[in-house]
Design a protein around this ligand. Structure first.
Ligand SMILES: [Zn+2]
Length: 255
């Protein structure tokens, strides 16, 4: 199988737009934050939109759905639990489902927490995961509808994917996330290096997405609640990982 092509672009203010293009011409947008931005990206790439894969119902991920469907005739796939809130949805999917997109397998992983129906799309043969607002580069999404235990479980589902999986997330909050991470793990040299790298990329007008799971496992404090130094710093002993995760998420909310 030849490689899937993936085009990443910034839209709205800090949303990440993603186009996935298969060799047979199939082209999917991961979420549709802004119709004009997606159309401009299609123009740049020369690709024709055939699908939108929606991760969750928030407006900054679905605002472009109807206009893009109207202009391109694309099919919209989204999470079953939020189907009523996703404009133009044609096909609903849920945890454990899989389908084929332009000859490439897509697995649906339920990742509730940010929203209750949130899903992640994982393409195992291409080692790519589209995680919406669940995991960010060195950070994670706010827990708006679910609870911390649920969100932690969702992060664990992503963390258990193959380590060379490229992670495409819904926002570029990388620098703020890395700075917060260093307040939790000040001695994490790789995290410090990645902050410097993100600052340089951002200064150059480049995007910090995608990331690779292996790097996240080493530098994303939200995936590392088992870390002994973190527990000591937070004054938390032998409690469940999700409680340490929740404490960090609380502190990030206030930072
Ligand atoms: Zn969201």
């Amino acid at each position: 199988m030849s490689a899937l092509e993936i085009h990443v672009f910034l839209c709205r203010k800090d949303n990440i737009g993603v186009l996935v293009h298969a060799e047979d011409g199939t082209t999917a947008a991961i979420d549709a934050p802004d119709a004009d931005a997606v159309l401009a990206a299609l123009d740049v790439t020369g690709w024709s939109l055939t699908h939108i894969l929606v991760t969750h119902h928030h407006g900054d991920h679905t605002a472009g759905n109807l206009e893009l469907k109207d202009k391109t005739g694309c099919r919209i796939i989204g999470p079953r639990g939020e189907a009523a809130r996703i404009p133009g949805i044609d096909v609903d999917v849920d945890d454990g489902d899989s389908f084929v997109l332009g000859g490439h397998r897509v697995e649906v992983i339920g990742t509730p927490g940010h929203t209750m129906g949130h899903v992640t799309y994982f393409m195992p043969d291409d080692r790519a995961a589209f995680v919406g607002d669940t995991l960010f580069v060195m950070g994670c999404g706010r827990v708006l509808e679910g609870n911390y235990e649920m969100m932690w479980h969702s992060l664990c589902r992503i963390a258990s994917l193959p380590r060379d999986t490229r992670i495409y997330c819904g926002h570029d909050y990388t620098i703020a996330n890395a700075r917060f991470g260093l307040s939790i793990e000040p001695d994490n040299a790789l995290l410090r290096h990645r902050l410097e790298d993100a600052e340089q990329r951002t200064a150059d007008g480049r995007i910090t997405v995608p990331t690779v799971l292996e790097q996240e496992l080493q530098t994303n404090v939200f995936l590392r609640p088992h870390n002994f130094g973190t527990r000591t710093r937070l004054g938390m002993g032998a409690v469940a990982d999700w409680r340490v995760f929740g404490e960090m998420r609380d502190r990030k909310n206030k930072s």
